[in-house]
Design a protein around this ligand. Sequence first.
Ligand SMILES: [Ca+2]
Length: 463
Amino acid sequence: MASYRAGTLAVLCAVGLACIVRPAQAQKPNILLIYADDLGFHDVGFNGRKEWKTPNLDRLAKQGTAFRRWYTAGVVCAPSRAALMTGKYGIHNGVSANNQDLPRTQVTIAQALKDQGYATGLFGKWHHGVTRPGEKDYVHPMDRGFDEFFGFTDAVHAWQKFPKELWFGREMKPVSGYCDTMFADHAIDFIQRHRDGPFFIYLAFTAPHFNIEAPVSEVAARRRDVGRAYPDKPLAPVYAALVTQMDKEVGRVMRMLDDLGLTKNTLVVFSSDHGATFEQGNQGSSAFLDSNFPFRGQKRTLWEGGVRVPSLVRWPGRVPAGVVSSEVMHMTDVFPTLLAAAGGSPKQEWRVDGRNALDIWQGGAAPTPERTLFWEWRAEGGNQLAALRGNLKLVISGNTLPEMFDVERDPAERRNRIAEFPDLAKELRASLTAWLATETDESKQGTPREPHPATRSTGPHER
Ligand SMILES: [Ca+2]
C-alpha cells in the first residue's frame, strides 16, 4: 500500500500536478528534553534494572537509541544543568559549583531555540545560585529564554516532593500534590496549547533525588515487589517508587504526543543530571540498590558512577530505533545538537564546548581523531580531575598519584593501568592543565580553591 501511494505520488508529480508534500526536514521538530535528578545508570529497565520496571522509558529506548556512554558534565545539580543549558563546561559558563548562579551573559538553549521560533517552557527544577555582583537576585529562568516556567528555583525547596507552593512564572502560588505529577501536567497542557509547534519543553523532574518520598499508591505497589525482595530495607521500595512514578509521568506525556499526532515530529531526549548519590540524604537506599552498577562511585565523584548517566534519544524516522549506541556523548553536546535539529547553529561568540552530534544520533560514527573530555570537581571539599580519550580515563584524586582506567574493559575502575600508557598519561595531564587554565573569571568567582596537584609544576605524581 505504501509503495502504491509513493508510486502514485511520483506519477502525479511527473505529470506536473502540484506536489504539496512538504519534506520532513523543512518542518522544525518539537523538542522535549527530560532530565532526571540523581538517577543512576542502573535505575532504569533499559540499562538492566530488574527489581522494578520502567516500561515507558524502555519503550522510548526501543523506539529510539539508548546511549551506554553518555557523560554528564557536572557531578552535582547546578553545574550539570548549566552545562546542559549552555553547551559549555562549568569552567567556561560560570557554574562549576552548586552555589554559583548562571551569569546573565551566558546564552541558554532556550534562548537559542526561541530565536528559531520555538515556544519554550520549563516545568520542574531550576537551580539558582548566589546572587552575582551587579545583580539584585539570581537570574530567573524566565530571563533565560523560557516563555513559561512552573516549578522550583531553589535546590533545597526542591527536596519537597509534596510542596505547599511553587513558582508559576515569577509568582509563588499554593499547590497540592506530587511535584513530578504537577510538572508532567504542566508539560501536557503546554503541548496541547502549542500543538502547532514548534515547541521546546525542558521537563526537569526531581526524582529520584531525596527526599525519599513518593505517592502513596506507587509506594504501596513497590512494597509488593521491591519490598518483598528486601524486607529489611523499608526505603528501597520508596526509592523505586520515585523512579517508577517518574516513568509513569513520562508515559503520560508520551501519550499526549501520540494523541495529538506529534510523536513523529518530536525529538525526545532523556538523561540524568549525574549519577545516584550514596550520601546521607538517600538514607542508604540507592547505595543498597547499587544504582550506579556496574560503575564505581557516585554523585560528587568523577568515577564512571558519577558521570555516566542513563540516556536515550527518540525521533521516529530520524534516530534509529532499537539501537544501543557505544558512541561517547557529552552533556555539552545537547545544546548544539538540539539547535542543529531545529535548523540553527551556535554563534561563535557563545563559545560552546559541545559538538553537534546529530549525525551520531542519526546512526553515524563519531569523527576521528577522538576528542578528549575533561571534568573537574573542586567544590564542597572535593578535589578530583579527570580526562577521557577513547576508553582511557586519567583520574587525579586529591593528592594521590594519578590513575588511568580502561572504562570499557574495567567499568568499575579497579585496575590502574597508568604504567602501560606513560605517554598518554603525560599528554592527558598536560591537556588537563591547559584546560583548567581556560577557566573564566566568572567561574572562579565564589569558589575559592586550592591549586590542584595537576596544575603544579611538580607534584607527587612525578616522584
Ligand atoms: Ca542532581
